[in-house]
Ligand binder design. Structure first.
Ligand code: ZN
Length: 157
C-alpha cells in the first residue's frame, strides 16, 4: 500500500465514523466555523483545565475532507495544552500549503499526516483547515473570557 492509499483510507474512515462527534454541555468554550466556498459548517465545544483541552466534540455538516479533518483534529488535541496545539496548527498549515512539494509531512503530525494528500487539491485546503481556524477562535474566545457574547464565529473568507 503506498502512502496515498493510506492517506485516503484514513480520510474515508474518519468521514464514515467521525470521532468525538456531538456537543459538550456544559462546555467552557465553543466556536462556529463556516467555509462558504464548499458549504462546510461545524461547531466545536471544548472543556478546558487551565490551558489544557480535556475534552472536545464537533458537530456540523460538511464534505468528507472537512469531517475527517475535524475528527482527526479532536483526537489529536484532546489532552494537549495550548502550546502543543499551536505547534500542531502551524505544522498542519505548513503541510497543507506545501503545494507540489514531495517532502514527507513531519512525523510529529501522526495520523494528521493523512491531510497532506489535500495539498494536491488547493481548492480543498480550506475544507481541511476550517476546524483548526475554528479551534483557534474557540481558544481565543476563552482567553478573552467574553463568555456572555455568545459563541465565537469564524469564516474562512
Ligand atoms: Zn469542504
Amino acid at each position: 500500500m503506498d502512502l496515498k492509499d493510506l492517506y485516503r483510507d484514513v480520510i474515508l474512515d474518519h468521514n464514515k465514523q467521525p470521532r468525538n462527534f456531538g456537543r459538550l454541555e456544559p462546555c467552557d468554550t465553543s466556536a462556529d466555523g463556516n467555509n462558504p466556498l464548499c458549504g462546510d459548517r461545524l461547531t466545536l465545544t471544548l472543556r478546558l483545565e487551565g490551558d489544557r483541552v480535556t475534552d472536545i466534540r464537533f458537530e456540523g455538516k460538511g464534505c468528507a475532507i472537512s469531517t475527517a479533518s475535524a475528527s482527526l483534529m479532536t483526537e489529536a488535541v484532546k489532552g494537549k495544552d495550548e502550546a502543543t496545539i499551536t505547534r500542531l496548527r502551524d505544522l498542519i498549515h505548513e503541510t497543507l500549503t506545501a503545494h507540489g512539494e514531495a517532502t514527507l509531512p513531519p512525523a510529529e503530525l501522526g495520523k494528521l499526516a493523512a491531510l497532506a494528500g489535500v495539498r494536491d487539491y488547493p481548492a480543498r485546503v480550506k475544507c481541511a483547515s476550517l476546524c483548526w481556524h475554528t479551534l483557534g477562535a474557540a481558544l481565543e474566545h476563552h482567553a478573552q473570557r467574553h463568555a456572555d457574547n455568545g459563541p465565537a464565529t469564524v469564516s474562512t473568507e
